[in-house]
Design a protein around this ligand. Structure first.
Ligand code: FE2
Length: 433
């Protein structure tokens, strides 16, 4: 048998080790030890982790890399971020949004991030962001799957043209219905927006992904309406609640009722730990709430939890670098998810879980799947989350599309080795002292 590409001696996220992965015509055709080295290209995995590509299920590509235009967010709050974005919006051009988005996609590919769900603001009557990101979606389709959400950033009911703009964006090819019920003028407007947006998605056969309860207000409970409407309209498995930061502050009794409602409605939950932890709690003195939804509790109920990056160098978040392992690392810390099983669950929450929410077909490392994967300079998912290691090779449809050398430092220390590799320091339970 001859392969187009053979990756030798890798570990897989499920714990299997010492396997070879053979690729033919863009698909994985064999996963077993000792495959014949008869291939167009052979990559030596050296026992390292081969993962399916990272998936970012919550991002804002129309705003990315706009940090400082026209000014910086001085208070660091979500609301100033929205105001700042409102100042930038009239200045946007299709060309500028496309240029920034394409630069971001280059970075994403280098990080093994090959699928992104991006919200795109539909409140600008020109729909500049929609036009730009639809262009980008087509331009990158051979190497990155981009899914767009029609997002009424300033509120579905706050301006008279937004409902028509959102419908127009869907007509143009945007695939997911977005919303922001907690930012409508009243709780009642928020409730009505959840109903209207779910009905719109049901009529058009689309997915739903709402920015929902992104606030420290424990009484912001639009997720309850979202769960109810999901069941009423038969949208189970097709609806996501993004952020859900109010859940952090909710009364424990209420949460004990709410979480099973979310599970019953099969709503996917999307925390964004990097942005949430710096945007929430800004009105608190001490203790400061950090605005994370109840991730381990949701996972324990079987809810699909997928982590998003949300922002990268934009009005809301001035850090980030398309590194979904950084997102998983922050989730481990904010959720007290330090057990081996919990860290592995956070790795799944930036790979298999978001792939399911996205609806990616042919995702995974079994024979028959697309030959899309990332070779990491780590030996297992826990080490990957700990080290956020270099992506040694990124493969899309059987072709190596990005490579980064291993991270090593050269030392000049008396009586010590000349180089150091961070992954050598992984702990072994029960090892010698
Ligand atoms: Fe967001």
């Amino acid at each position: 048998m001859s392969f187009d590409l053979l990756v030798r001696n890798v570990s897989l996220p499920d714990g299997r080790r010492g396997l070879d992965v053979g690729v033919t015509a863009g698909r994985i055709t064999a996963v077993e030890p000792g495959l014949p080295a008869d291939a167009g290209r052979v990559v030596d995995g050296g026992g390292r982790l081969l993962s399916p590509p990272f998936v970012d299920i919550h991002f804002h590509m129309d705003a990315t890399l706009s940090l400082g235009i026209p000014r910086l967010n001085r208070s660091g709050t979500l609301l100033e971020g929205i105001r700042l974005w409102g100042e930038l919006k009239p200045l946007l051009t299709v060309e500028a949004v496309v240029e920034r988005a394409l630069r971001y996609c280059d970075l994403a590919v280098a990080q093994g991030l090959l699928a992104v769900r991006s919200h795109v603001d539909v409140c600008d009557d020109r729909l500049v962001g929609v036009e730009a990101l639809l262009h980008v979606k087509d331009a990158v389709k051979d190497y990155l799957d981009l899914q767009l959400v029609a997002f009424p950033q300033d509120g579905y009911y706050r301006s008279p043209t937004v409902a028509a703009n959102l419908a127009r964006a869907l007509d143009m090819g945007v695939e997911v219905v977005g919303g922001i019920p907690h930012f409508e003028r009243t709780m009642e407007d928020g409730r009505r927006s959840v109903t209207a947006l779910c009905e719109l998605a049901a009529e058009r056969g689309l997915l739903v992904d709402l920015h929902c309860d992104e606030t420290d207000d424990p009484m912001s409970r639009h997720i309850e309406t979202l769960a109810c409407e999901t069941r009423r309209l038969g949208l189970q498995g097709r609806v996501a609640g993004s952020h859900l930061t109010s859940m952090h502050s909710m009364d424990n009794y209420y949460a004990s009722k709410l979480l099973p409602l979310i599970a019953e409605a099969d709503i996917h939950c999307i925390p964004n730990p990097l942005a949430n932890i710096v945007l929430q709690g800004r009105h608190d003195t001490y203790p400061k709430r950090r605005g994370m939804m109840r991730v381990p509790e949701l996972m324990a109920l079987g809810v699909t939890v997928a982590l998003g990056q949300d922002s990268c160098m934009d009005p809301w978040y001035s850090f980030g670098g398309a590194d979904m392992l950084e997102v998983a690392h922050m989730a481990v810390h904010t959720g007290h998810m330090t057990s081996r099983a919990a860290v592995a669950a956070c790795f799944d929450a930036v790979t298999t879980a978001p792939a399911k929410v996205f609806g990616l077909q042919g995702y995974g490392l079994e024979p028959g799947c697309h030959a899309d994967f990332v070779l990491l300079d780590a030996r297992d998912p826990i080490e990957a989350v700990r080290l956020k290691p270099n992506r040694l090779a990124v493969v899309r449809r059987g072709k190596v599309i990005a490579e980064t050398p291993p991270r090593t430092a050269t030392l000049s220390l008396p009586g010590r080795p000349g180089t150091v590799e961070p992954w050598l320091y992984a702990p072994v339970e029960g090892g010698s002292p």
